[in-house]
Design a protein around this ligand. Sequence first.
Ligand SMILES: C[S@@+](CC[C@H](N)C(=O)[O-])C[C@H]1O[C@@H](n2cnc3c(N)ncnc32)[C@H](O)[C@@H]1O
Length: 277
Amino acid sequence: MNYRHAYHAGNFADVLKHAVLVWVVRYLQQKAAPLCLVDTHAGMGFYALTDKAATKTGEAKDGIQRLAAAENIPVALVPYLELVRKSNPGSEIEHYPGSPWLMAALARPSDRVIACERHPEDGVALRSQLGLKRAVQIVEGDGYQALAALVPPREKRGLVLVDPPFEETDEFETLAGSFIAAHRKWPTGTYMLWHPVKDLRAVARFHAELVNANIRKLLTVTLDTGRTEPGLSAMGLVLCNAPFTFETEWRPAVAALAKVLAQGPRAGSAIERLTGE
Ligand SMILES: C[S@@+](CC[C@H](N)C(=O)[O-])C[C@H]1O[C@@H](n2cnc3c(N)ncnc32)[C@H](O)[C@@H]1O
């Protein structure tokens, strides 16, 4: 396990993933019934953008720090940006909250957050960041295994984020298999699956596997920064059971975000339906 999210915290991929996460959780919270929020690959939870790892790559400069400096932020992104600002004592964005931190910040007294992390050091960091929060349960171990055991949650409502590091060559297959199995047990949950967009054929195979599993209400969101230098240039999310207003709200938001985060002329975004109702 070489991947450490501290090198990538606050990059363009975090911005879209976390902005969508915050928006979806807040949408689900329009109903009073409790939610279970599961983060299968949680990372450390909170990151200093001034530390050695983050400054080595400087990825946050082309991510959250650009967004924070931009004008006319799309309304769908505002709650996310407010949470990021809240986690920074000053006006500069020097700290960055990861997905389990955002879930914990959003959790109401009746909601539950379960955050899984397999890397021993990052697991310890995650526990020290969030372990004392009332609503949060930390699982130091395999998030895929945990997911199989956790669904359906007793709340019967909620969201699962699966955000693997894609270090393994079969990560797309593992991600698809794990999601399909979880969906069979809990078809009404909302799911967000993150993946890099590097090998377009691998992405197409992944999408085809989900479609062939007969899963309804699947949407894809893609953001391409147009970066031509080495490093990640594009990412995708697969959403299952997204709120019905998602497409209307996010089509302009993700297009505006692609402009803010563009690193080359080929930058762009797309929201597509993989399967219908
Ligand atoms: C992309 S990072 C997660 C970032 C985090 N979700 C966020 O948005 O702030 C992926 C994390 O998954 C962890 N990881 C890798 N394999 C795992 C597994 N099988 N189960 C749980 N965590 C795993 C890595 O150590 C890494 O911290």
